[in-house]
Ligand binder design. Structure first.
Ligand code: CA
Length: 466
């Protein structure tokens, strides 16, 4: 059975547990880059998670009623003329067989079919509020169902945010996902090794970026999972540096944050290493602090621990290191309490990783799925509390942090960023360091799936000498 089939069955079970209904997920539209030219196409993650279907102009409908469920794909029809120009289309018939749907219909039939499918169903499950045009379309379908009220047909009285259920499912990766993520991690690790080998004083950041892209693509990765950061010297203190055009100078560090996307799954690695191949004393001193902080965070990444525990473990090591090397004054507890360490470490130590590089999933323990706000459904719907959000809860929400469980994947990425300033010891000025790996939570701890990219000082220097 395809993993997509299994996921649709699991979704249907959850829908049934809440009284059943109809779920709808659309894929992403194609987006114009400029005249007659589009951005590389990337389907919607939720849609793909349920279908594996790669074409634009498609939607999946899942009807879960009583003990049965039906999956229906809407997709583009075969079109010889368009296929000559743009390439193969499955068409409904082949798509149904290849991807295991119960039924498949032309995408152009959507507006005729959905009012029929929604009639007399208790609830609608849909990503409410994610796209105005789609919201309007769903409203029209509901309006068409309500127009038949005199004929005794009832429209869904409740709406649920489909994302809230899928976020929970996507947070814990299945075997198919783990296998893909391991392979993506290996490709990205190989790309970082290639970048280290290619780095020398005088070349440009973009030349090293090209080495990364070369390694991604030659191994079958379709895209970088996000814009690669190749930041030398002081550029490494810009957290989302995008220039990638500076010349690498002898004596600087190079920070690379880059990972490939493979078959829809992201990897996310950061390595920081000397342009010359040898760390200076001050560079090495800060680097060892970050590496030790990462070790502490990885030790804290295990089932039963809360999401914030790796971060807290990293912060203790980083803050102590900042005191030891004279970046900060005061006691460890004082520096943590006051947040003084945030001047040099201002981001979190990790995020969920999966189909999206900052993957879905609540960072706090979720409540039960609640019906979405009634207003978005129109006057007939029941009034109910808003659905559990898909965004990370704010730090003061009071809800407990999520407990880590086997199958969750998150990054572990402490850093130190020392912008030049008069009150900063001269040897450390303009040094930016981050070390980032991808951790799969296992039954006993975690597996670092990006371990093939070296990070010990000796290993990096030996590789660059090699
Ligand atoms: Ca990253």
């Amino acid at each position: 059975m395809l993993p997509f089939d299994t996921r649709r069955h699991r979704l249907a079970e959850t829908m049934r547990a809440h009284g059943g209904g109809v779920a709808i997920a659309f894929t992403a539209p194609e987006v114009a880059r400029n005249r007659d030219s589009e951005y590389p196409y990337r389907w919607d993650s939720y849609f793909y998670y349920l279908t594996g279907f790669p074409e634009p102009e498609a939607a999946v409908v899942l009807v879960a009623d009583g003990a049965s469920s039906e999956s229906i794909l809407f997709c583009r029809e075969k079109n010889e003329e368009r296929e000559i120009w743009d390439g193969f289309r499955f068409g409904p018939g082949a798509a149904r067989e290849r991807f295991g749907f119960d039924r498949s219909l032309p995408f152009s039939n959507l507006d005729d079919e959905l009012p029929k499918l929604l009639a007399d169903r208790p609830a609608l499950w849909y990503a409410l509020g994610s796209d105005e045009a789609l919201d309007a379309r769903v409203h029209r379908w509901l309006g068409a169902v309500r127009a038949q009220a005199r004929a005794g047909v009832a429209a869904p009285a409740q709406a649920f945010d489909l994302r809230a259920i899928l976020d929970e499912m996507r947070l814990v990766k299945d075997e198919h996902e783990i296998a893909t993520m391991r392979r993506a991690a290996q490709i990205s690790a190989a790309a970082h090794v290639r970048a280290m080998r290619a780095t020398r004083p005088g070349c440009h950041e973009y030349e090293i970026e090209a080495e990364l892209l070369h390694e991604f693509r030659r191994n079958g990765s379709q895209f970088p999972a996000y814009g690669s950061i190749v930041a030398s010297g002081r550029n490494a203190c810009v957290l989302h540096y995008r220039g990638n055009d500076a010349r690498l100078a002898d004596g600087e560090l190079l920070l690379i944050d880059a990972g490939c996307e493979l078959d829809g799954y992201a990897s996310d690695i950061t390595r920081t290493f000397p342009v010359s191949g040898r760390f200076s004393g001050p560079q090495r001193a800060l680097y060892e602090i970050v590496l030790e902080a990462q070790r502490a965070a990885i030790d804290a990444t295990r089932p039963g621990a809360r999401f914030v525990e790796p971060h807290d473990a990293a912060v203790r090591v980083l803050a102590q290191g900042m005191i030891d090397c004279g970046l900060l004054a005061g006691s460890l507890d004082g520096v943590i309490e006051s947040g003084a360490y945030k001047r040099f470490y201002m981001h979190r130590t990790g995020h969920w990783l999966g189909m999206d590089v900052h993957d879905c999933g609540d960072y706090r323990e979720p409540g039960a799925p609640a019906p979405a706000a009634a207003a978005s459904l129109g006057a007939d719907a029941t009034t109910a509390v808003p659905a559990a959000g898909t965004q990370a809860a704010p730090a003061d929400s009071g809800k407990p942090w999520r407990v880590l469980a086997p199958g969750m994947v998150l990054t572990v990425e402490p850093g130190i960023y020392v912008r030049a300033a008069d009150d900063v010891p001269a040897p450390y000025r303009d040094i930016g360091i981050r070390i980032e790996d991808d951790a799969l939570v296992t039954a006993s701890g975690c597996e670092i799936i990006t371990a093939d990219a070296p990070k010990r000082v000796d290993d990096i220097e030996a590789l660059m000498r090699g």
